[in-house]
Design a binder for this molecule. Structure first.
Ligand code: UDP
Length: 394
């Protein structure tokens, strides 16, 4: 028999935010489970033992959003220090700023174009025979042409996703703008920063509520759902259903650590777009916290591979075969009583931190409204929501 408690599975942003809203706005105890020994999921940060630099254990995370309410929410737990993300791409033809901007175009093609000339030039090299791009490669060929595609995107994307870029959705490339001014910031978002004491401490503070019990290093079995009034599941959706329709494709990443005196690469992230270089990028974490002083530095080279049974899933690949499976899992989710599926892994979408926080906050409002109206059937995140999302994002 279900006790009058809520369970939240996963202590990343999706889980932490919904747990806090439930704790603040209901009278129910909330139990948060995470199989790892820390909160914050893949955003986990901790001080490196040897250098004392705050490292992002699972790769760089830069907070950026246009939503004032999301920015105010995260800042209410911890001040965010100003940080504008800039990325260098080491390509087969040299090093350039990315996303592609006016300087990149002029340096790469050896020109001195004005913004209007650069725009006209890039339009002229795009493949206009592609009317409605159906995948990443077509999107690139249509909007930036073969030369830029091959030097900036083909190799990186093949290494990162482990397949031909023609097999992944066009939406992945749409994450990166092409600019005809000299703005070299990686993100367009108006609000950007790094939490002063790291993401793990931030998530710990979100979860710091008397009604919330956090159980770390404890794997939640879906067989236990019946013990709770409602379960908010933020782990992989295929794992929840015991992979009964097969495994969805995820990419995982591994890191090789480098330690040095002073500075390793002079900036926080350098991408390696050449297929012959095995790593995809190098992260050097002290450049995220320039307000701190460190004599030594630590950097991680990132390697991407398919996710094995014991690996941590990072990126939903969303090849056509995955989408066929995903629809079956969404159908199962729709039939599963009293379980909501929230966040990147449970909805199998390529979401950033700010999207995840916004969705958890938005869904909490809907859920709690019905909860207080004593509705018999509390709303679930998914299936209709997920179905709409599937059409929009894939
Ligand atoms: N990408 C690329 N070359 C780069 C950077 C990005 O081809 O130097 C492509 C790649 O397919 C990547 C996608 O653009 O997965 C989105 O990049 P983003 O920086 O958003 O990836 P994330 O930081 O989430 O891994």
């Amino acid at each position: 028999m279900a006790s009058r408690r809520f369970a939240v599975v996963g202590a990343g942003f999706a889980g932490a935010v919904i747990a806090r809203e439930l704790a603040l706005h209901s009278d129910r105890p909330v139990v948060v489970f995470d199989e790892r020994p820390h909160v914050a999921g893949n955003c986990h940060t901790e001080r490196d033992d040897a250098t004392a630099v705050m490292v992002h254990r699972y790769g760089s995370h830069i907070f950026h959003t246009d939503r004032q309410d999301v920015w105010a929410y995260v800042n209410s737990f911890m001040p965010f220090r100003p940080y504008l993300h800039r990325v260098l791409a080491q390509t087969p033809r040299g090093m350039f700023w990315l996303p592609i901007n006016l300087l990149t175009i002029n340096q790469f093609f050896g020109k001195a174009f004005s913004p209007a000339q650069a725009r006209a030039f890039i339009e002229s090299i795009g493949d206009r025979s592609i009317v409605e791009p159906q995948n990443f490669e077509e999107q690139a060929l249509r909007f930036i042409g073969r030369e830029l595609y091959e030097n900036f995107f083909y190799g990186y994307t093949k290494k990162h996703w482990g397949c031909e870029p023609a097999e992944i959705p066009a939406s992945v490339l749409k994450r990166l703008p092409v600019r005809f001014d000299c703005n070299d910031c990686y993100y367009d978002s108006s609000l950007q920063g790094i939490p002063e004491s790291g993401y793990t401490e931030l998530v710990r503070r979100i979860l710091d509520q008397p009604q919330i019990e956090v159980r770390l290093a404890e794997k939640f079995s879906p067989a236990r759902c019946g013990e709770f009034e409602h379960v908010f599941f933020t782990g992989p959706i295929d794992a929840f259903f015991n992979f009964q329709h097969g495994r969805l494709g995820y990419r995982t990443v591994t890191f090789e650590r480098h330690e040095a005196g002073g500075d390793f690469q002079g900036t926080s992230v350098v991408n390696y777009t050449d297929l012959r270089v095995p790593h995809t990028r190098i992260h050097e974490f002290k450049h995220f916290t320039r307000w701190e002083q460190h004599d030594r530095t630590v950097a991680f080279s990132e390697y991407s591979q398919a996710t094995g049974e014991r690996d941590i899933p990072y990126y939903p690949v969303r090849r056509p075969a995955d989408i066929v499976l995903l629809k079956k899992y969404y159908a199962l989710a729709a039939e599963t009583r009293a379980v909501s599926f929230l966040g990147r892994l449970a909805t199998y979408r390529y979401l950033d931190m700010h999207n995840v926080i916004a969705e958890s906050l938005d869904f909490a409002k809907v859920f709690l409204k019905d909860y207080h109206a004593k509705s018999d059937a509390l709303p679930k995140f998914t299936p209709s929501v997920a179905e709409r999302i599937l059409n929009r994002i894939v």
